[in-house]
Design a protein around this ligand. Structure first.
Ligand SMILES: [Mg+2]
Length: 230
């Protein structure tokens, strides 16, 4: 029996979202305030408004968009703090065991192409993946049905035989609308934020990434049972 394809989100799933919190919620307001000679409070207000207006769109994930919008080179800002890019708990161990077990592993990220390259330069996970793709390449954010549709055109997959691990509920909903069957989320995407309560999340949730293995065993077991009873 074929094993499912396991698709992973990057930021907040394989990598600690604390880096992105640091950049977007601390370092950008600081540099934005300095650049425009305004107070940090004013800067926070302006940026908060921009964030609300663009959340979950392709622009939201584009360093080029933000650079043009706020007058700070947001790619350079990430580059300047790249030493804070870190894998989440159990990341390397999980990817190694999946690869050893013969799973096909994909990285599907809303980070733009330059952001993806910067992060893989810092924490090199690229050898584990059969496919690595940015929503910038696809032309739609992962929140959208069209992302999954385009992805399938570029890299054929059977949605009912895929697992997606992603820390963002809206992304999981997009994947669900396309028919991706097994959806798993993360309780603590950022080590600088408190862990989310499992009961408040809409999807089965793990924290240490190695906890994915029992889920996969269960999925494989259910598939086998379905074949036997079919
Ligand atoms: Mg994420």
């Amino acid at each position: 029996m074929n094993k499912p394809i396991i698709m992973f989100d990057m930021d907040g799933t394989l990598l600690d979202l604390a880096f992105d919190d640091l950049i977007w919620n601390h370092k950008l307001p600081e540099r934005h305030a300095k650049t425009h000679q305004i107070s940090l409070e004013q800067s926070n207000q302006i940026l908060f408004k921009f964030y609300q207006d663009h959340k979950h769109t392709l622009d939201w994930y584009s360093t080029r968009f933000w650079t043009a919008k706020v007058g700070v080179d947001t790619f350079q800002l990430q580059h300047d703090h790249k030493e804070f890019i870190k894998p989440r708990q159990g990341c390397i161990a999980l990817l190694s065991s999946l690869k050893q077990a013969g799973y096909r592993i994909w990285l599907v990220t809303n980070a733009d192409e330059r952001g993806l390259a910067l992060k893989m330069n810092q924490v090199d996970l690229s050898s584990y993946f059969e496919v690595m793709i940015s929503s910038e390449t696809i032309g739609f954010a992962k929140e959208r049905f069209e992302f999954w549709d385009q992805l399938q055109h570029m890299h054929p997959f059977e949605p009912r035989h895929c697992v997606l691990v992603d820390d963002t509920a809206v992304v999981l909903e997009g994947a669900k609308s396309f028919g991706i069957e097994h959806l798993i989320t993360i309780t603590q995407p950022s080590s600088s934020q408190p862990e989310r309560e499992r009961s408040k999340l809409q999807y089965p949730a793990i924290n240490d990434l190695r906890s994915l293995i029992p889920y996969l065993d269960q999925i494989n077991h259910e598939k086998e049972m379905n074949v036997k009873t079919a």
